[in-house]
Design a protein around this ligand. Structure first.
Ligand code: GLY
Length: 390
């Protein structure tokens, strides 16, 4: 067993772990990331909507503040990452149109519009005709919609690749293996032992392993994040040049109670998502999931059936009890969390990197992160996790 040490060891190399590592390394901390495939994870499935306004939900006003703050940071964040790495992130400020297909959808959208206005958010009610003028491929039956020019998109796969490159440039070390167990010494997190038995020491350990964050062995129960996997199936289609522009902005709706969205990329990719299923660790793409997504997307945009279907995938959102992330120190000194981002991981990437770097360098959470302390959950329990490694 060998032992290597760093100031910060980030367990999990998805976009949240990577942005944490990048920002920490930029602040002069010796940083390592532990992941068998850095740049993978849920970002490989996600559509990349930056939808603080159209994904607003009742009871999530506190989360809205963090979502808006991260959306505000996106332009500078994307520009910095592109300047540094030369990677185009597919960041498009083309806006979002949420539409209604029947009277129930319309009532639902009206309610969302009221909530948005009460929250001081910019969104404009459009008639069905006005929606179709913006997006001629929409079904003739569209009854109305909300135009939200401030909800943008990014390509999460490009974002992940760019973050790996940014980490490499900043001197982050990558350990391409899994964490088997957290090491706790004198009531303090002191590193991890990897799958192959290597001991990696660190002054601070950040658990950023998405939906797997609650499964790392050795974490005391009082510090274990209450995250659970929420499956999302997502399709990718291609718009042939003769059909372009098929859609000019993200189009979304709630159809029979299920969210469906179509996210058109500049390169001709059209992402259609997503199911939301509480099925544990299952990531099977099912005929039923694909059928429901295509059926609902077809109701919105009938021409979709002409397009080649190029990919189907399922990923796991890291859900938390209040749908908001867990950012900052746990009850175990030396162990921090950056997880539980649920539906908003891509949107919350910029603010998460800034928050975590602040906590790692000062020991204090910045004001914007105070409501998202991991310590808001759970009683103080004793014992440790006996679950499978992350
Ligand atoms: N934010 C989109 C989704 O979670 O499906």
């Amino acid at each position: 067993m060998s032992s290597r040490t760093s100031d910060v060891l980030v367990v999990g190399g998805g976009i949240i772990g990577l942005v944490t590592a990048w920002r920490a390394a930029q602040r002069g901390l010796g940083t390592a990331v532990l992941d068998p495939e850095p740049g993978g994870g849920a970002a490989w499935v996600a559509a990349g909507m930056l939808a603080a306004v159209t994904e607003l939900h009742h009871g999530e006003q506190t989360l809205l503040g963090l979502n808006l703050e991260s959306a505000r940071r996106y332009p500078a964040f994307a520009a910095e990452l592109t300047d540094l790495t030369g990677h185009d992130l597919g960041y498009r400020r083309s806006g979002t149109l949420a539409v209604a297909l029947d009277a129930d959808d319309r009532a639902h959208l009206r309610e969302l519009h009221d909530l948005q206005r009460r929250s001081g958010l910019a969104s404009e009610w459009l008639s069905g005709r006005e929606c179709r003028r913006l997006e001629p491929m929409l079904a003739p039956g569209v009854r109305g919609g909300l135009r939200v020019d401030g909800d943008h998109q990014i390509d999460p796969r490009r974002l992940a690749v760019a973050l790996v490159a940014a980490c490499e440039r900043a001197g982050v070390t990558f350990h391409r293996t899994r964490a088997a167990r957290l090491t706790v010494t004198a009531d303090r997190a002191a590193g991890v032992v990897t799958d192959d038995g290597t001991a990696l020491g660190a002054d601070q350990v950040v658990l950023a392993a998405g939906s797997l964050s609650g499964r790392l062995a050795g974490v005391p129960a009082a510090a274990l994040p209450p995250v659970r996997p929420v499956k999302g199936q997502v399709l990718r289609l291609t718009v042939p040049p003769r059909y372009a522009p098929f859609l000019t902005r993200t189009v979304r709706a709630v159809v029979r109670g299920s969210q469906v969205y179509l996210v058109p990329r500049a390169n001709g990719e059209l992402v259609v998502g997503a199911t939301s299923e509480e099925l544990g660790w299952d990531t099977t793409v099912t005929a039923g999931g694909v059928y429901e997504l295509l059926r609902d997307a077809h109701e919105l945009v009938p021409g979709i059936t002409e397009l080649p279907l190029t990919e189907t995938r399922a990923g796991l959102r890291p859900g938390s009890p209040d749908n908001a992330p867990l950012l900052g120190p746990t009850r175990l000194p030396g162990l921090l969390l950056a997880t539980g981002h649920y539906r908003n991981g891509v949107l919350l990437t910029p603010v998460t990197g800034d928050v975590m770097a602040h906590v790692l360098t000062t020991g204090e959470a910045p004001e914007v992160a105070l409501p998202f302390t991991p310590q808001r959950f759970g009683a103080i329990l004793s014992g440790t996790s006996s679950e499978q490694p992350a």
